[in-house]
Every structure is written in structure tokens, then in C-alpha cells.
Ligand binder design. Structure first.
Ligand code: G3P
Length: 218
């Protein structure tokens, strides 16, 4: 499964990239606004920090003609950019156009398998199923992920299922169990994936036994 970090903060991207396991980055207008820096400047910097990565950057217009202009502008910034498009009528029309132009797309704000079907039919590269925001509504956000993975597999769509709005490591575990292709998460969640008390206590014991024995490798 691919791992993406969900942020507009280039220092967080640098740290995640440094672990050597990062496959990409997702941004959104809220995260870019939070970064306090320019959109193009931030996205291009992120592309430089993750040279092999798939970097999602979102259009902000809602009418087709302006979205198309924005999409072409954003896609021109770097070959690794994936144009992020909201699941609205003009958005699906845009994804169809960009697919025909071989521009990668990430359809965002997807909450149901029926929305995911529209994105897959339009040729979306990634379908971003939001789980945390559904859980916040006392519902099970991962259910739509499982349905979307089953739909993509059953009908042979090319789209990859991206689990977004991840709140905690269990969402990543459930994404793996659902057979999702990608999970994007805040860096604090990615940090937690490393953690287990038995790993810490096991390493402490190994090192104390080794040191007590006065051994060395060199
Ligand atoms: O970037 C898309 C998504 O992951 C944001 O979700 O709910 O954390 O704002 P949220």
C-alpha cells in the first residue's frame, strides 16, 4: 500500500520523506492556507522534497471553465502533480477531460460508493474516500472504502482507492484490511505507526544485555 502525508507544511514533508517510505503528499485548500505560504511555491517545494512522489494539489473554482484553466496551470508546475478535484458535477466533467489529456487526477470529498463510481467512470487516478469526517458523524467511514475497493476490483477500474481524513493508526490498519491502495494521513498519525511498547521494551532489553556483556561489533 502507498503511504502519503496529508499536509501543506514542507518541514513535515521533509521529515516524512527522510524515513524513506513516503510515496506522495496530499494537500487541500485548508492545509495550504494553514501553511501561510504561496500555493505554487509550496507545491513545487514539496515536489522537490519527494522527487518520485505523487503530489496532489487542488483546484478551487467550481465552474467547469475556470476549473479547467486552474487544472492546466497546476499540472504545468511539475510532472509529478496530480490535480485534485472535488466530487461535484463540474468536477466529474473536468476529470473526464483531464483523463483524456492524460493528466492525473485525485477526486476528493468522496463519502459514498456511488460517488466513487462516478469518479471511476470519469477515469480518476485516485479516489479519495474520507473516513474521519464520516466517523465524526457517528457513522462508519471505512464501510464506503470497502465498497469502493470491491467496486474497483469487480469492474476492473484503473482508479486507486485512497483513504483520506485519517484520524489515527487504526484507520491505517483498517485501510490495509479493506485492500485500499493508498492511505494519506497527518504526520502525527504516520509517527504513531512506528510505535509499540513491546518494540521499545524489547530494544531496551537487547541493548542492556549486549552492553552488560561488554560486546562490540567493531
Ligand atoms: O486532504 C484530504 C483529507 O485527508 C482531509 O481530511 O478530515 O483531516 O480535514 P481532514
Amino acid at each position: 500500500m502507498k503511504l502519503f502525508v496529508d499536509t501543506g507544511d514542507t518541514e513535515e514533508v521533509r521529515r516524512a520523506a527522510d524515513w524513506g517510505i513516503l510515496d506522495g503528499v496530499t494537500t487541500n485548500p485548508t492545509l495550504i492556507a494553514k501553511s501561510g505560504k504561496g500555493f505554487k511555491e509550496t507545491v513545487v517545494k514539496i515536489c522537490e522534497l519527494v522527487p518520485e512522489g505523487e503530489i496532489s494539489a487542488e483546484v478551487v473554482a467550481t465552474d467547469y471553465d475556470t476549473m479547467l484553466k486552474e487544472a492546466h496551470e497546476i499540472a504545468s508546475w511539475h510532472p509529478n502533480i496530480v490535480v485534485k478535484v472535488p466530487l461535484i458535477e463540474s468536477g466529474i466533467k473536468l476529470v473526464r477531460t483531464l483523463t483524456d489529456e492524460e493528466i492525473k487526477t485525485n477526486v476528493t470529498l468522496v463519502f459514498t460508493v456511488s460517488q466513487a463510481l462516478l469518479a471511476a467512470k470519469a477515469g480518476a487516478t485516485f479516489i479519495s474516500n474520507f473516513v474521519g469526517r464520516v466517523d465524526d458523524m457517528s457513522d462508519d467511514g471505512m464501510a464506503a472504502v470497502a465498497d469502493t475497493v470491491a467496486m474497483v476490483d469487480t469492474f476492473g477500474f484503473e482508479s486507486e482507492v485512497l483513504v483520506a481524513s485519517v484520524r489515527h493508526p487504526l484507520h491505517v490498519v483498517q485501510a490495509v484490511q479493506a485492500g485500499a491502495h493508498i492511505a494519506t494521513m497527518p504526520i502525527k498519525v504516520m509517527e504513531m505507526l512506528f510505535k509499540h511498547p513491546l518494540t521499545d521494551s524489547g530494544l531496551t532489553r537487547f541493548l542492556s544485555d549486549w552492553n552488560n556483556a561488554g560486546l562490540s561489533i567493531f
